[in-house]
Design a binder for this molecule. Structure first.
Ligand code: G3H
Ligand code: ZN
Length: 298
């Protein structure tokens, strides 16, 4: 079975990004896997500290592993936005493929020092686990916000990126390049989009020379996604868009069958709606590889 490290190397070679989708229940997990399986592309399932608390750390690890083993499919598990060493080590012991060790709220020097220590500790528990570090402010909360702050300033600099990667030894870097967590109401309506600083992504990629993750993907302009991937983004995180689909389709499914009490009769349309969102994002992120797949199938 392919390791995440190999899938990332392939993504870099093909100029595509691996989609990362957060889950907090089995409905979301089924939808993410169904979309990736249909498109035959690798996928990362993310679980933040809150999402892990909801599903259970070892339980989500067991579920993802069972899918990987049964279907021999490149589905990986990431311990998203982990703020403490204790919960990072718990995820490492549970066999997560990667972790976002996120001390981005701390002063830069402290973030460097503590991330460096975490890299050593986590690799001693789980040597093949990839560690992602984060610098810059991309907000928090994959939720609907009243308004979104302007993040075009305070971007990660190429020099910070170079220094952070060199000193900490992280495998992957998450920079601030205009991205932010969550969606405004106007983004949910499709009236406004997040915009990215593509030149800055290219400069950071050159300086850091490691795979880059784009957090806060929900509501981003499609063309900015394409250009960001071409400039060096290798993983894209999407959460809020899935949560919006989860809630809306659950409300619709309940409304369509007011007397239904059987969960497995209520959930299928919910899985289907979330799957559509995941599939459209995976198609965008893997565009060149999917075109090549089509050609080789002809
Ligand atoms: O780590 C999760 C994400 O960065 C998702 O952000 O909710 O804006 O899609 P999003
Ligand atoms: Zn994130």
């Amino acid at each position: 079975m392919q390791a995440l490290k190999d899938a990332l190397r392939q993504a870099e070679q093909h100029g595509v990004a691996i989609g990362h989708f957060n889950v907090s229940d089995i409905v979301l997990l089924k939808a993410v896997f169904a979309a990736a399986q249909e498109l035959k592309v690798p996928v990362i399932v993310g679980a933040s500290e809150g999402e892990r608390a909801s599903m259970g750390v070892r339980q989500i690890a067991a579920l993802v592993k069972s899918i990987r083993d049964e279907f021999d499919f490149p589905i990986f598990l990431n311990a998203d936005h982990t703020h403490s060493r204790a919960s990072a080590e718990e995820a490492a012991r549970a066999g997560f493929d990667s972790i976002v060790f996120d001390l981005s709220a701390l002063p830069f020097e402290e973030n460097v020092r503590k991330t460096k220590e975490a890299v050593v500790a986590l690799k001693s528990i789980h040597p093949s686990m990839l560690v992602e570090g984060e610098i810059g402010d991309i907000g928090s909360g994959s939720e609907i916000h009243e308004t979104m702050p302007d993040r075009s300033r305070g971007l990660t600099t190429p020099e910070e990126a170079r220094q952070f990667v060199k000193e900490t030894g992280v495998d992957i870097l998450a920079p601030a390049v205009g991205n932010m967590h969550g969606m405004s109401k106007s983004m949910v309506q499709g009236e406004t989009k997040k915009r990215l600083n593509i030149e800055r992504i290219a400069a950071i990629k050159k300086a850091a020379a490691v795979p880059l993750t784009l957090h806060g993907g929900s509501g981003t302009d499609d063309d900015d996604f394409r250009r960001a991937i071409a400039a060096g983004i290798n993983i894209v995180h999407i959460n809020t868009e899935l949560r919006v689909a989860w809630r809306r389709s659950l409300e619709a499914s309940l409304a369509a069958k007011p007397d239904e009490v059987v969960p497995y009769k209520i959930f299928p349309p919910v899985v289907e709606s979330i799957k559509e969102v995941v599939a459209s994002r995976l198609t965008l992120f893997n565009n060149s590889a999917l075109v090549a797949q089509e050609h080789s199938a002809v």
